[in-house]
Design a protein around this ligand. Structure first.
Ligand code: HEC
Ligand code: HEC
Ligand code: HEC
Length: 413
């Protein structure tokens, strides 16, 4: 798929009834409790959220929350189909879930935790409320946490978000926790799964993927996307490093794909830290170079050790970046620096170029919508050209990419 997001895409409004959904992360992130904190409350299912007087309103409010979240999710959000995917042999992508399952010696994908952990809300039977239905895929509770204790009270006057969080709501308003949540399913794919034919989740970028969901929320402030991008990248680099470490003893594409994920996130994280903390920039640069060298030499011990130290460093940095507020000047500087890195991104390869293109796309979208700015057609054309070079990674042309990045850069001076 293309990860270029149409600017100004707004949550679409549709009319229909309710359905159900799920949640669940995989390989434990370095801060597992942040993602799994709500272990003992019941998950109530989308059917408990989606009535027309709650989040299934057919007359959405003008402002957020619009109270039509269930309808947006059901009609536009792929998470609602995540469970159905496990038995869908006619996917446009041509990926066959039953073949993946067969290769893994799983009798049925739709009943195996190996798949449900990401394609549904895979919680123990005793944690399922009366309306819970596994076939709802990744539903409200999957991201917002088990609703047993806050479902009723959170609609009452005077109740606060903090009160909900105290009784099991997952705090997706925190950019750090939001990033952790998405990445727990969107990057953490293990190597057996990929070897069995599962798509290797290569391209995650928090703000792009949020825009593509599409979002049923609006974050405060024009530069929330900069924060989403920055936080998502640091967490993604951590997870990519962790994954490369996990695959250190494997060989072939499993290792080179994991490395290209590290290089892809590494290349844009380098630009980020060039703006927020040059000392960290240096160490990221060194670690990524060391990993590149270690992979080319097949030095498994060095791959494992350097992946671990890079992951630990990024784990520490993620909270700092998420706590930071980005403004117009920082966003513009990041845009300029990303555009000026076109040659470097292109030289690393299509994964780095893709991360660069998604970053420029989303940061420019935020910048051009901020007070006193407007979108420039030449910038949009240059972004289209950049994304055009990414349609087929095998035909990636670094020169066209960096040329487009330069043209783009000229439009944000
Ligand atoms: C419980 C696991 C899980 C969590 C948490 C999760 N996702 Fe997903 N997501 C999936 C799965 C599985 C799919 C694939 C659905 C399908 O096509 O069957 C998916 C698909 C998507 C897609 C569509 C991608 C495409 O190729 O069209 C987007 C966009 C997306 N997720 C964004 C997000 C964002 C943003 C977050 C965090 C706010 C998030 N996801 C959290 C599991 C998850
Ligand atoms: C770590 C989380 C995770 C696990 C575990 C997982 N998936 Fe997925 N799967 C995803 C995500 C995320 C996507 C969407 C990829 C994208 O579009 O970016 C996806 C996509 C797919 C697709 C392709 C969908 C399409 O439209 O092309 C199939 C098929 C699939 N998964 C089947 C399975 C099966 C079968 C299992 C169990 C053997 C499984 N998955 C386990 C996260 C996971
Ligand atoms: C893939 C993850 C994901 C799923 C699934 C999901 N949400 Fe959300 N939701 C988010 C994120 C991220 C936010 C933004 C942060 C916030 O406001 O908590 C959000 C925000 C919201 C908001 C606040 C909107 C605002 O602007 O104030 C409501 C209400 C909401 N979601 C309801 C739902 C309902 C109901 C469902 C199920 C039908 C659902 N969500 C499913 C991730 C998700």
């Amino acid at each position: 798929m293309s990860h270029r997001v149409a600017w100004g895409a707004v949550v679409a409004i549709f009319i229909l009834a309710a359905v159900i959904g799920g949640k669940a992360p995989t390989s434990a992130p370095l801060v597992p409790d942040l993602v799994h904190a709500q272990a003992n409350y019941k998950y109530t299912g989308a059917a408990s959220c989606g009535s027309s007087s709650c989040h299934g309103s057919t007359k959405p409010k003008a402002d957020f929350p619009k109270l039509n979240e269930n309808i947006v999710w059901q009609q536009k959000d792929k998470h609602a189909k995540a469970y159905a995917t496990l038995t869908n042999e006619k996917l446009k992508s041509g990926v066959s879930p039953s073949k993946i399952a067969q290769n893994l010696k799983i009798a049925k994908a739709e009943t195996s935790s190996k798949c449900l952990v990401c394609h549904a809300v895979d919680v123990k039977p005793e944690l399922r409320g009366p309306k819970f239905d596994i076939s709802e895929g990744v539903h409200c509770d999957g991201c917002h946490g088990p609703a047993e204790k806050w479902l009723e009270p959170h609609a009452e006057k005077g109740w606060t978000h903090e009160k909900s969080v105290a009784v099991g709501m997952y705090d997706t308003k925190s950019m750090l926790l939001r990033g952790e949540k998405c990445v727990s399913c969107h990057l953490a794919i293990d190597h057996e799964m990929v070897a069995a034919g599962h798509p290797d989740l290569l391209a995650f970028e928090l703000d792009t993927f949020s825009a593509q969901m599409p979002p049923h929320w609006r974050d405060k402030g024009p530069f929330a996307p900069t924060k989403a991008w920055a936080t998502g990248q640091v967490i993604s680099l951590r997870e990519a490093a962790k994954q490369l470490g996990d695959r250190a003893n494997a060989s072939g594409p499993l290792v080179t794909d994991a490395l290209s994920k590290v290089q892809g996130h590494g290349a844009v994280v380098k630009v980020l830290f060039g703006v927020v903390d040059p000392a960290v920039q240096k160490s990221v640069e060194t670690d990524v170079a060391t990993l590149t060298d270690a992979v080319s030499k097949g030095d498994k011990a060095k791959i494992a050790a350097t992946s671990k130290s890079l992951a630990t460093a990024m784990n520490g940095q993620a909270a700092k970046v998420a706590a930071r507020d980005f403004d117009a000047a920082a966003t513009k500087k990041l845009l300029g620096d990303l555009a000026a890195s076109g040659d470097a991104l292109g030289a690393v390869g299509p994964r780095a170029a893709e991360q660069g293109a998604m970053a420029m796309d989303r940061l420019y979208s935020a910048y051009s919508k901020s007070p006193g700015q407007k979108a420039d057609k030449a910038a949009g054309d240059a972004l289209d050209k950049m994304f055009g070079t990414l349609d087929d990674p095998k035909k990636f042309d670094a020169k066209t990419f960096s040329g487009a990045a330069k043209t783009f850069g000229d439009t944000v001076k």
